[in-house]
Design a protein around this ligand. Structure first.
Ligand code: ADP
Ligand code: GN1
Ligand code: MG
Length: 373
């Protein structure tokens, strides 16, 4: 191991890296990406001749994932299943789905001395990961997320663990918010009265998707559940969404939530933590581009009722995410990684601004779905 550059946690990282056999000289590991949950590093190896070989090393967040071994079992199952489908379709399984590098002792992940679970995947080269996109790239990401759901239609859903219980149960997210508010552990509630009221006014909305599920209007499918634009790798050559990543929350869920979470993050022109709310606007043209791509990727697999509820998916994922950011702010920011003190509050505010915009354009959102259904 030469010139090993370890920016933080040097002892633990060395321990983790030494659990793997790398194909060339290990040069170092640097923090990578903009995920809010896992500890992600890019590992660089240098062969004697030729370009460096990169890997993505991730330490799973124990705050988010209480049973990482179950999550990894899901990941092995899903990626193996996708690999077969991709091969059958004549695709390249090493680019079109994630794959796990085994540890020296043949395991799919490594558990460090603190009990934290780490995994290594080959870096998928010649791709880009975007925080904001043009309509064309957004539509390409939509095709890939729609196709992801389509490809997993036949997956035995009953074999999947639920890595985070009631992940998109918006009713339960509301209840957790109320509990955080009542505890007001950090004494922050007084300064966020407007945001609290915003949630209170939408208590009934929080039941819409869950009620539709209970009534049998919406089916449970194997869904990704975290369909942010930065959870997809776009091929630099073709501009297509080549690989869906961040499979940690793939489990039985609602198709409208996969649609909705992408809209929440991507159908506007600002960052999730933009402070100037006058710049945060829901963009119906981006929404239209995504709708077109998602329905093309899903290849007719969505029912008439799912199509009808798609705009609700967008509004509810945005509202729910805002509620989650606010809850984490009230509880002292223990879930979402923050880079400055009020970041979760800023994130919450952008989500609520987008919810208000969507409420004003709800009919237009329905009309767009009808146009492409
Ligand atoms: P988090 O759960 O924290 O969001 P992700 O699994 O989304 O973690 O990874 C964080 C970032 O790392 C991604 O947004 C992407 O930029 C990058 N990334 C993850 N896996 C790969 C990979 N196999 N190849 C290239 N980039 C990757
Ligand atoms: C988290 O892991 P990441 O950064 O892709 C979160 C999502 C939120 C998102 C908000 C496991 O996604 O649910 O919608 O932040 N993931 C988890 O940006 O909680
Ligand atoms: Mg991610």
């Amino acid at each position: 191991m030469e010139q090993l550059y370890l920016p933080s946690q040097p002892e633990v990282l060395s321990q983790v890296l030494s659990a793997y056999d790398f194909p060339a000289t290990l040069m170092g590991a640097v923090r990578y990406g903009q995920g809010h949950i896992n500890d992600t590093f890019c590992v660089i190896c240098q062969p004697q001749d030729g370009d460096c070989i990169r890997f993505i090393l991730q330490g799973l967040s124990s705050a988010a994932f209480p049973h990482p071994e179950e999550l990894m079992e899901n990941m092995v199952g899903i990626t193996s299943y996708l690999r077969e489908k991709i091969i059958a379709a004549g695709g390249d399984p090493l680019r079109e789905t994630l794959s796990l590098v085994k540890t020296r002792d043949g395991k799919d992940y490594y558990t460090d001395c603190n009990g934290k679970v780490w995994r290594l995947t080959p870096f998928i080269e010649n791709t880009d990961c975007y925080q904001k996109a043009t309509p064309e790239l957004f539509e390409a990401s939509a095709r890939a997320f729609g196709r992801f759901q389509y490809m997993l239609q036949g997956y035995p859903a009953e074999t999947l663990h639920e890595p985070i219980a009631r992940f998109h149960d918006t009713e339960n997210r509301f209840e957790k918010f109320i509990a955080a508010l009542e505890a007001d552990k950090m004494g922050r509630a007084a300064q966020v009265q407007a945001e609290i009221q915003f949630v209170m006014d939408r208590k009934a909305d929080c039941s819409v998707a869950m009620q539709a599920l209970r009534e049998g209007k919406l089916p449970l499918r194997v869904t990704h559940n975290d369909t942010k634009l930065n959870n997809i790798l776009i091929d630099r050559t073709t501009g297509e969404g080549v690989c869906v990543i961040d499979l940690d929350t793939t489990m039985p869920g609602l198709s409208i939530n996969d649609f909705g979470d992408s809209i929440r993050f991507g159908a506007n022109h600002t960052a999730e933590d933009e402070k100037d709310l006058s710049k945060v606007n829901f963009d119906i043209e981006l929404y239209e581009a995504y709708t077109r791509g998602f329905l093309a990727g899903a290849q007719g697999s969505l029912t008439a009722q799912e199509l009808e509820y798609l705009p609700w998916g967008a509004k509810l994922m945005t509202l729910e995410c805002g509620i989650r950011f606010l809850t984490d702010y009230l509880e002292g920011d223990h879930y979402f990684r923050i880079h400055y003190p009020e970041q979760n509050l800023d994130r919450c505010r952008t989500q609520f601004k987008l919810v208000s915009d969507m409420e004003q354009q709800f009919q237009a959102m329905h009309d767009v779905v009808k146009k492409y259904a």
